[in-house]
Design a binder for this molecule. Sequence first.
Ligand code: NI
Length: 164
Amino acid sequence: MKETGLNIRIYGDKALRRKAKPIKKVGSEERLLAEEMANIMHANAGVGLAAPQVGVNKQIIVVDIGNGPLKLFNPRIKQRKGSCLMEEGCLSLPGVSVNVKRAKEICVECLDESSKKVSMRAEDLLARVIQHEIDHLKGKLIVDYADILRKLKIRKAFKKKLKK
Ligand code: NI
């Protein structure tokens, strides 16, 4: 594996709160980045990773719930159906899990690796992970879904961690 120096940003890092920029055209640079993101996701036993989590301000997400990696560029949710509450974790918030209500079924539009516009339907876990990663592109994290007391607790815990 080529060493790119990308590493996972942890809660408190400003990169996680930026709004990611859309990609004009998916080219070799974006494909390489998505590939590296997939490697990082797999190395950390994650089911999804968004570019801001490795400090890159671009609308790229990778997802793998066990059927091989999907790479989505400029993903947009076009339709939502149903809702479902489930506990979620995040590689940027190690040790934290939060109950998050999300649509059970979604229709997503994105660019694929050849920069072609495609749309896909997803449900259950896949739909959940895609929604979680798209949140990252907007600077949104699972901690934002927690109640105020829990938020303060998590913030405090990570402040301590970051100072060390
Ligand atoms: Ni996450």
